[in-house]
Design a protein around this ligand. Sequence first.
Ligand SMILES: [Zn+2]
Length: 412
Amino acid sequence: MVIVKARYLIPDPEKCIENGAVVINGAKIHRVGTFDEVKALSDDNTLVDLGNAVILPGFINIHTHLDLTNLHNRIAPTNNFTHWVFQLLGARIRWKEADYTASIDKGIRCSLEAGTTTVADIANTEYSFSVLKKSPLRKVVYKEVIDLNPGHAKDVVMKVQAELSVYESDGLFHRGLSPHAPYSVSKELYQAVSQLAFQTGLPLCTHIAETQDEIEFLTKGTGTFPSFLRQLRAIPPDWQPPGLTPIHYLKGTGILENRPILIHCNYITDEEISLIKSSVASVAFCPRSHRFFGHTNHPVQKLLDAGINVGLGTDSLASNDTLSILDEMKFLLLHHTIPPKDLLAMATINGAKALGMASEVGQIKEGFEADLCGIRLPDGNPGDVYDQLLDAGSTNIFTMVAGAVCYNASFP
Ligand SMILES: [Zn+2]
């Protein structure tokens, strides 16, 4: 068996064990306690001592696009979303298979180095499936579905089904469906994908209420989207706006009834918050990507107060600086008043709930998957363990997924 020990162990946000240790047997957590309690469990143990660090459940990143990792610093921060998308499309217009796989590979490495053990990744190409499936990360890879022409809905869904059937789920790999967004997916396609999710049990996510322009497009059919979509030849000439705000629009597609992850929710009304609450949807909040696009006042506190499950995402490196959920927590601590324990819950247990994995990961608990990270604490911070954990100087030094050490910088 393997014992991982450190100065602190936080098995779930409400509990902290000094001189804590986790005993791992194969892929699973066998025992949790103080080192003194667990050290005699077996005489054939491998000991990993992380020293002045805190062992946490591995971070769960519930929204990212790992295939965009190599676009870091290639696209300037902007509050013009359609302009950003144009830059993005232009930046990878000549990308071939090797460019995609290198970018995804780098994204996997960065995630593991940052202490992330589970990712919810959006697959824009088949390479996301093939590369991620082989990686040691735990992952849900969501096939991105895009088509605004209602007449194409049935064919698109049949194609998606065929593409997904190539990749079998396994212990670390799960498939999902991501109808992209209301400005790129017809209502008919949303409905067809929702039905497919219902029949197959595949998890769902969709980008929603991301920009004011999206709301203008849905309610009035005006703003930046119509001309953007015409330039891409992606909007049918007879397209009519549904006259609804984003969450109301989703309500009519069946998506909300399939436990989706609603990505962003930057601009939603109190009434829409009630609609999310009455469904069993989760929200993916991407704090630093939110800042990159110049959005303000994310309703995260209102969502949390309403009892909605909110997890954290990094989004991609095309709109962020790192793929670190710890960095998202540190950013939130500076810009919101969410208590550190709640931030930790968003980074772990809430993410597990959003992905339907709350009985396997998100906590360090006997019988759970051995998905852990170890955060080295900075010297000279006299605060409590949460102060030290969210100090600018803390850093991940150890990542384990299903009992396999995926990153270890604990030995200088
Ligand atoms: Zn996204």
